[in-house]
Design a protein around this ligand. Structure first.
Ligand SMILES: [Mg+2]
Length: 261
């Protein structure tokens, strides 16, 4: 049995459009007895939203097969213990929901925060930036959901959590304590725990060298880069993040796996 940690945008669908052959490829992997989890760095939607989107596009997906950075950061903060609470959450509603669902205590006051959880926040303000920096100045750890500088949207790209991280790091003069999303192995460990498949039998499938493939490498997993999203065949040669396999699309990944059986 193999486990597949599958990226969503650029791998299964692109924006609101299902990529040709991706649904059938996932069905084929399931029929062979393999397990799948979908992972996303996006922190402004719930796993339930993704499950609905996938199902709406005709892709079989159970709620527990979708992992977002919000759940990963929540589980990580729980693991850090009581000293890291209460948590000052700077992000959108899904981040707060995930933190609460994990049983974490939240606060709106940087003065009393045990940690700060920073996610993509499309209502980010100077006051929020100030709160994070003041918390940091008194030694409070700041953990972020994902390092992506930009997020692709229908008509281009918009600033993502990575841009907010950069503002905090620039202002405070040092890197954040932790960023849990891809390429962090923290995200890979969360996916592996959900898959319950031996690490040596797990693959990461994604379209981005610097997140999906980099995570596979740091976590010691095999990886397949698909060319249906951001990265191209030419970018592989120029990158330090070499995938195990380069495939045109998810259907080609499934064919490659079938041939190997
Ligand atoms: Mg992607």
């Amino acid at each position: 049995m193999l486990g597949f940690i599958v990226d969503l945008d650029g791998t299964v669908y692109r924006g609101g459009r299902l990529l040709a052959g991706s649904s059938a490829a996932l069905d084929l992997l399931r029929e062979l007895g393999h397990r799948i989890v979908f992972v996303t760095n996006n922190s402004v939607a719930n796993p339930a939203d993704y499950q609905r989107k996938l199902t709406g596009l005709g892709v079989q997906a159970a709620r527990e097969e979708v992992i977002s950075t919000n759940e990963v950061i929540a589980a990580h903060l729980v693991e850090r213990g009581d000293d890291w609470q209460p948590v000052l959450a700077i992000g959108e509603e899904p981040l707060e929901e995930a933190l609460r669902a994990a049983g974490l205590r939240l606060t709106a006051e940087w003065q009393v925060a045990g940690s700060v959880a920073l996610g993509w926040d499309r209502r980010f303000t100077y006051r929020k930036l100030e709160a994070i920096c003041r918390a940091r100045a008194q030694g409070t750890p700041v953990v972020a959901t994902n390092p992506d500088a930009m997020c692709p949207v229908e008509d281009g790209e918009v600033p993502d959590c990575g841009a907010l991280i950069a503002a905090v790091e620039r202002a405070t003069g040092r890197p954040l304590e932790e960023v849990v999303g891809k390429p962090s192995p923290i995200m890979a460990d969360a996916a592996l725990a959900r898959l319950r498949v031996d690490r040596s039998n797990c693959w990461v499938v994604g379209d981005r060298l610097e997140t999906d493939i980099a995570m596979a490498r740091t976590a010691g997993l095999q990886s397949a880069l698909v060319l249906t999203g951001v990265s191209t065949r030419a970018s592989v040669a120029a990158s330090a993040h070499r995938p195990t396999q380069v495939c045109d699309d998810l259907a080609a990944v499934a064919r490659f796996i079938v041939e190997g059986e």
